[in-house]
Ligand binder design. Structure first.
Ligand code: GLN
Length: 229
C-alpha cells in the first residue's frame, strides 16, 4: 500500500475543547492546531479529515488505526514516545497550578495538603498529580475534558486544577473563568504532532517538512498570532 497516495484522506484526531489550539465555532473547527495541520497538508499536498474526541481516546485511536495523525496540544513525553512518533516540536507549553481567583491560601503545590485536585484524563497534568499525590497529600479527580475540570474548581468542588499554561491563561481571559494561575510552571514541555510508531513514516516526513516550510515562510507565526495576539 502506498501510504502517501494522493487519494488517501488522513484522519486527524483533535481535542476540540482546547482553545486556543482547537475548538468548535459553529460547524467549523478553529485554532492553532487546526490551522497548522491544514497549512501543512496544503503545503505537502495531502488530504485530511478531523475526528474530534476526548484527549484520553486519541492515542488508543491511533493504536486501533482509527486515526492516522493526532494534533491535540499533545506534549512530547518519553512515555508516549514508546508508542508514537512525534514531529519536531511546534509550541512550548508546560503545566501550571490553577485555583479560584479569591483563593488566598494556595500559592504553590506545597499548599495543597488535604485538598482535592482536578485533572483531565490521560494528560501530563493527570500524570503529574497522580505521580505526586502521596507526596503532596492530595486527592485526584479526573475529568474527560478541560471545561469540566475548570467547572469543578469554579464550583469549589476541587481546590485546584492542573492545566497547560497557554491553554488556561487563554481560557481564563476569554471565558472569564474567575480562576488564577499560581506558582512557577511545574514542568516545561513542547507540543508535537503524532503518528503511530512504525506507521505513516512517509507522512511524518511530510509533516516535518511542511512545519519547517511554514516556520520559514512566516505562516507559522501568522497562525499563532491569529489566536494569541
Ligand atoms: N499537553 C497536555 C498533554 O499532552 C494536555 C493536552 C490536552 O489536554 N489536549 O497531556
Amino acid at each position: 500500500e502506498d501510504e502517501t497516495s494522493k487519494d488517501k484522506t488522513y484522519k486527524v484526531g483533535i481535542d476540540v475543547t482546547y482553545p486556543p489550539f482547537e475548538y468548535k465555532d459553529g460547524d467549523t473547527y478553529k485554532g492553532i492546531d487546526i490551522d497548522l495541520i491544514k497549512a501543512i497538508a496544503k503545503d505537502q499536498d495531502f488530504k485530511i479529515q478531523f475526528e474530534a474526541m476526548d484527549f484520553s481516546g486519541i492515542i488508543p485511536a491511533l493504536q486501533a488505526n482509527q486515526l492516522d495523525v493526532a494534533i491535540a496540544g499533545m506534549s512530547i513525553t518519553p512515555e508516549r514516545k514508546k508508542v508514537v512518533t512525534f514531529s519536531d516540536p511546534y509550541f512550548e507549553a508546560g503545566l501550571i497550578l490553577v485555583v479560584k481567583e479569591d483563593d488566598n491560601n494556595i500559592k504553590s503545590v506545597d499548599d495543597l495538603k488535604g485538598e482535592k485536585v482536578a485533572v483531565k484524563k490521560g494528560t501530563t497534568g493527570a500524570k503529574y498529580a497522580t505521580d505526586n499525590a502521596d507526596k503532596l497529600g492530595i486527592t485526584v479527580t479526573q475529568f474527560n475534558d478541560s471545561p469540566a475540570m475548570f467547572q469543578e474548581v469554579k464550583n469549589g468542588n476541587a481546590a485546584a486544577l492542573i492545566e497547560d499554561y497557554p491553554v488556561i491563561s487563554y481560557a481564563n481571559k476569554q471565558q472569564n473563568l474567575g480562576l488564577k494561575l499560581v506558582g512557577d510552571r511545574l514542568n516545561g514541555d513542547n507540543y508535537g504532532i503524532a503518528v503511530l510508531k512504525g506507521e505513516n513514516e512517509e507522512l511524518m516526513k511530510k509533516i516535518n517538512k511542511g512545519l519547517a516550510n511554514l516556520k520559514e515562510s512566516g505562516e507559522y507565526d501568522k497562525i499563532v498570532d491569529t489566536y494569541l495576539k
